[in-house]
Design a protein around this ligand. Sequence first.
Ligand code: SUG
Length: 418
Amino acid sequence: MSVACREINFDGIIGPSHNYAGLSLGNLASASHAGDASFPRAAALQGLAKMRHNLALGLAQGFLLPLPRPNARFLAAIGADGSKDRRLLAAAWSASSMWTANAATVSPAADCADGRCHLTAANLVTMPHRAQEWPDTVRQLRLAFADAAHFAVHDAVPPCFGDEGAANHMRMGVAHAEPGLEIFVYGTSGGAFPARQHEQASRAVARLHGLDPARTLFVEQNPEAIAAGAFHNDVVAVANERVLFTHEQAFADPEGTYAAIRQRLPEAEIVVVPASAVSLANAIKSYLFNAQLLTLPGGEMALVIPLEAWEHPRVRAWLDAMLAGNGPIRQVLPVDVRQSMANGGGPACLRLRVVADPAHVDPRFLLDEARAERIAAVIAALWPEQIDPADLGRESLAATVIAARAALLEELDLARLA
Ligand code: SUG
């Protein structure tokens, strides 16, 4: 892998149809905000502010574009114009592609047999609003990572195996550019809630990427965590380089998981938050673990958390104690992504991590301040200020949403994704 390889976070730009339709069974925030008015302009500017925040830290930042919504192709394919079934209509309008942690699973070149970075789009079959994402996502990935000498982009694995992408995948190692340990977390059951990530999907992705079995782990998520609302592993655990930051109840067999990690990566530092300090319910409510654990240019690790976690008294007490101690996470940086959070999408959901040389990525997908300013101007001018669920289906709103996305693509010289 090239020495210029580094972690690039690709955040999803929050689309102009962002709304609260309560579509995700098992995602407590989505259910509790169903029917609320949404604020797409504010949402997209919050997301962009997070990207700029990370850019200002000296980190590499990219983005993915919103997908075409309302998705007329989806509605046509199911023989519905949506006028009668509000849930199907809402599915066709969902801006859910903003959560790019579910766009794909990514294995850096250093881990893959052919020395290229592999990306497999996630089929997201569990939810109708998400299952429509991948064909358009893969088109975008093939454009952003078109350099076939350095990247391989795979279609989603067959829909009989549910796959939710990087949200259920962690990578640890001594440094991003070195060969890493890839940890796939799958679910088997979640009580009343679906286990969205199937073990066979994870195994298929590992095979497609040509991962070394000696540096690949398949770990079961704790069914109790899914039942409590951790619909993806990234709601209860996050890893970066040698550090795993996890809730005590994230995995079905926590001690076995930690031992397997330590055996393969003796340098591993595992920071476990006990339930006695932060209950599973409070971890899920505050989204403490849906954080970006980042290595700053100076080498220190920082945790970018949602404001909701910072403002939660039990979580704050734990974080204060952690910072006062001598652990590997030296900074905590709260960000405001409340609009996305109300649909169950925190800082980690909004980004897809790719370890690569930025010079090999299509530059149109990379962020700098000038491009951020241009994106912000389009959002400020054209994203709807507010959407009430009753507005979904209105032709005038559809026209606004379509025109807003088209203007952004035009501004970024990406009109071919129209
Ligand atoms: O799939 N919410 C998304 C949130 C995805 C979060 N991603 C990660 N954890 N990486 C989901 O449940 C809600 C849409 C609605 O209800 O309108 C939604 O799809």
